[in-house]
Design a protein around this ligand. Structure first.
Ligand code: PLP
Length: 409
């Protein structure tokens, strides 16, 4: 472990944001579940694009346009290989996880769902993986059904099997809960879903920074992630879809780039995936994401996983020593985050006291109101860890939580 600690102490130095003070105190950033900080290599790559390569892609007959296009399409190759996609055409650029769900709900969903069909989700989904399905269900007369969780926050697989049936046409679930931390059995659930003929959509927002994704081996039909949760830029993400499914989908938005030929009477559309990417795209988003993937791959997921799991165990043990503290989500297979409450204290008050101590956490419903209702709480405090955190951050968190308890209880 000591080698790993040294390695990650060096990695921490690559994050300029961590050199600043907040409220006059050292910053302990424990909100990577909301967004990760950005390493200098990613920031520099984006700055380089704006300084020297800033040009539109695909359409310019000049040197800079070529460079920008190479960077942009190069990012598609990098993301395809990062996700384990078979073909580069299976990667559609989107604004993030939320747009990815909306894209599939509005293209695949509107074209394939009909009255009486069911969309199976889970009670621990982020609103991004609930609301778009509800919207399409309302339009076509389908129904959204949610699978329950067990007491430790694991998905209730028996309930999943009970609710999965021949009416289920889409199974949409997260690979990792942003509140409980629970990692779901993507391969197992996908097999069960395919056995009844349903398609599988996986929300990869939280898993993508934790472990190697392999969409082809997992055999999922769709997978989406946001770059900003993977050390990359805001407003950019990628959707994977099996090519044979993408090819059946109509365009999502109309405009430049997505067309083959336009006349006033009729438009024919470009091939997959360009058909789904109308207008000037988020070029530096793609290029910055490629740099973020290089950052992660240089460290390696085996090391990231070992380091983060050690940190998670340390944090869990230390937090459990605080009286009146309850942790939500104790699955054996968990991402690097802890959600908790101090019994009798409001999560926002705890969050505010932590902030004054320089400890940045998330306090609220985490865009998972159905899960909060299931847990019987209005919200939780969530501390989430990443490659730049260390036991020092955890110690600062625990010290601040002890202070919050003294002040609030
Ligand atoms: N799904 C999960 C599990 C998340 O944690 C988040 C963000 O917190 C999202 C979806 C939505 O991601 P974005 O806001 O980047 O679209």
């Amino acid at each position: 472990m000591s080698n790993l600690n040294e390695l990650f102490a060096e990695i921490r130095n690559e994050f300029p944001a961590l050199t600043q003070k907040v409220h006059g105190k050292k910053l302990f950033y424990l909100d990577s579940g909301a967004t990760t900080l950005k390493p200098k290599s990613v920031i520099d790559r984006i700055a380089h694009f704006y300084l020297y390569e800033s040009s539109n892609v695909h359409r310019g007959a000049h040197y800079l346009a070529d460079i920008a296009t190479q960077g942009f399409e190069g990012a598609r190759h990098k993301i395809a290989s990062f996700l384990g996609a078979g073909q580069v055409e299976e990667i559609v650029f989107v604004r993030g996880t939320t747009e990815g769900v909306n894209f599939v709900a509005n293209t695949w969903g509107l074209n394939n769902l009909k009255a009486g069909d069911e969309i199976l989700i889970t009670i621990m989904e982020h609103h991004a993986n609930i609301v778009p399905w509800q919207m399409v269900a309302e339009k076509v007369g389908a129904k959204v059904v949610a699978v329950d969780i067990l007491e430790n926050g694991d998905l209730d697989v028996e309930d999943f099997k009970k609710k999965l049936n021949s009416k289920t046409k889409m199974v949409a679930f997260t690979a990792s809960s942003n509140v409980l931390g629970t990692n779901t059995d993507v391969v197992g659930l996908t097999k069960l879903a395919h056995a009844v003929g349903a398609k599988v959509f996986v929300d990869g927002a939280q898993i993508v920074s934790q472990q190697k994704v392999d969409v082809k081996a997992w055999d999922v039909d769709f997978f989406v992630f946001s770059a900003h949760k993977l050390f990359g830029p805001f407003g950019f993400g990628a959707l994977y879809g099996k090519k044979e499914i993408l090819e059946t989908l109509p365009p999502y938005q109309g405009g430049g780039s997505m067309i083959s030929k336009v006349t006033i009477e009729k438009t024919t559309y470009n091939d997959v995936p360009t058909r789904f990417e109308a207008g000037t795209p988020h070029i530096e988003g793609a290029i910055g994401t490629a740099a973020a993937i290089e950052f992660v791959e240089k460290i390696g997921f085996d090391k990231i996983h070992a380091y983060e799991m050690d940190l998670l165990k340390y944090a869990t043990d230390k937090l459990l020593e605080v009286p009146d503290l309850k942790i939500y989500g104790t699955s054996k297979d968990k991402g690097p985050l802890v959600s908790f409450n101090l019994k009798g204290a409001h999560h926002s008050d705890v969050g505010q006291i932590l902030d004054q101590e320089g400890v940045a956490v998330r306090a609220g419903h985490h865009c998972t109101q159905p899960l909060m209702a299931r847990l019987g709480v209005p919200g939780t405090v969530r501390a989430s860890f990443s490659v730049y955190n260390s036991r020092e951050d955890v110690d600062a968190l625990v010290k601040a939580v002890v202070k919050a308890r003294e002040l609030l209880l």
